[in-house]
Design a protein around this ligand. Structure first.
Ligand code: ZN
Length: 279
């Protein structure tokens, strides 16, 4: 929804939470901080945070080989070892009220009703911002989608309280959160939650629905693959083992089509989701 007037109308400064004066750049009406556009995308993030993020993104890039960025090499990579059993994104977007606006944090959703936000300016998004200081006015969004993002956020309580603040009364939040997943810094990795933990985190919302997002077979496939590769210290051998085991192990994930309905699946689930309504 790039350059949408409505979109600019609901913005506020991430520094002081005040109105932004819009010219060639966006200026905080309280402290005068200036936020620029890059390729028409507003960068609504404080300079300190921007520096820290750039450093983290660079560290994540350095952990891969350059040739892995090659399109042909990428096409040879094994399929994902996890099967996403549940994805409620589309059905929630379809149910948005007329003129309703959704915010997707950390994943790109192609829809006129969705503002895509990420901390990484290199993504195909509408706005660059930090989840712990969302640059939107109170009660301005009807749906917030935040899938597999909170594990990468240091202060998840702050992030959830920001989501609560920007949602309209009765607005919906859709969170997906890892439970049994490997360490996957992109660019950093801080949190895992059980379903109880996720419910406690979201205690200020009214629970609409919860469940398993990714099942136990996917959890095992991902762990098994990395377990075998962990025998190799050498970076190249480690990566090549992940490549080979990826092709051998990925079919295991399809057991989740059966396992995820089992009574005890939550004990070993790879992730949980939570849909809540703002009170
Ligand atoms: Zn300010």
């Amino acid at each position: 929804m790039k350059n949408d007037k409505l979109f600019v109308k609901i913005l506020q400064s991430p520094c002081c939470g005040k109105t932004l004066k819009s010219t060639n750049e966006l200026k905080c009406q309280k402290c005068g901080s200036v936020y620029s556009y890059k390729n028409n995308i507003p960068i609504l993030i404080t300079k300190t945070q921007l520096k820290e993020d750039a450093k983290n993104i660079k560290t994540a890039k350095d952990s891969r080989f350059n040739f892995e960025e090659n399109k042909f090499i990428k096409s040879l990579f094994p399929p994902s070892d996890t099967l996403r059993i549940v994805n409620k994104e589309n059905s929630l977007i379809r149910k948005l009220p007329k003129n309703g606006i959704a915010l997707s944090i950390g994943s790109e959703i192609k829809s006129k009703k969705v503002i895509n936000l990420d901390i990484n300016p290199d993504m195909d998004i509408d706005i660059v911002a930090d989840i712990t200081s969302l640059p939107f006015k109170d009660n301005s969004l009807d749906l917030v989608i935040c899938q597999y993002v909170l594990e990468h956020v240091k202060d998840i309580k702050k992030a959830v309280s920001e989501i609560n603040r920007v949602l309209t009364p009765n607005g919906l939040v859709y969170i997906s959160m890892p439970f049994l997943q490997l360490y996957h810094p992109s660019p950093s990795d801080y949190n895992r939650l059980t379903l109880d933990g996720l419910r406690f985190l979201m205690k200020n919302f009214h629970e609409v629905e919860t469940g398993i997002g990714i099942g136990p077979a996917s959890a095992l496939a991902w762990i098994l693959r990395e377990f075998i590769a962990s025998f190799f210290d050498n970076k190249f051998l480690h990566r090549i083992t992940l490549f080979i085991t990826g092709w051998l192990i990925f079919p295991l994930k399809y057991l989740d089509l059966f396992l995820v309905k089992k009574k005890h699946a939550y004990i070993l689930a790879s992730s949980f989701y939570y849909i809540g309504k703002k009170n």
